[in-house]
Design a protein around this ligand. Sequence first.
Ligand SMILES: [Fe+2]
Length: 178
Amino acid sequence: MTDQACPVEWTPDLSVGIEAIDDDHKTFFVVVDLMQSAIRENPQNLEAILRSSITILQEYVNGHFLREERAMEAAGYAKLEEHRALHEEFKAKAQQIIETFNKITDHDEQNKVAQKLAEVVHSWICDHIAKVDMAYKDSLKAEHVDSRPLAFLSQEADEGGDDNDFDLLSMIPEDGPH
Ligand SMILES: [Fe+2]
C-alpha cells in the first residue's frame, strides 16, 4: 500500500474485531501524526517531541506485538511463526532508523530521519493491518486477548515477554450487568 492510500487516521475498515488490538493500532496512527505534525510545524522543542514519540513508539511496538503474539498463541493460530517473523523484521527496521536518529546531532538531518521513521511506520501499519493482521480476524476471539493497558505488556516485553507465565483466565472480566 502506498503512503497515499494509507489514511492519516485509523478507519473502521482496518478493524480486526478486537477492541484492545484496534486501540493499539489507532495509537500507532496518533504517534505517526504527532511526529509528522511536529516536523511540519517545527516547534522549538522539536527534538524533545521526536525523542518522546520514539520512546512511545518503541513501547507500543513491543507491547502490541506481545499482545498479538500471545493471542495468536492462545488461539492456536497456524500462521503465528510467520506473523512473528514479520513483527521481528519490522522491529529491526524501525530500530535501525532509531539508532541512526540517536547518532546524529544535526537538526535538519534528525528531522529527515524522523520523517523517514514516521513514513515507514505509517505505511507499515496500513499494509500490515490490512494484509497480515486481517488474516487472523476469524481465528482470534476476545477471550484470547490480554486486554490490559499496553503499559503492562510493554513492561512484560522488556522483562522477556513470552518467557513469562500468562494467566489468561485472570484476564477474563467478571460478567457485567446485562
Ligand atoms: Fe501484527
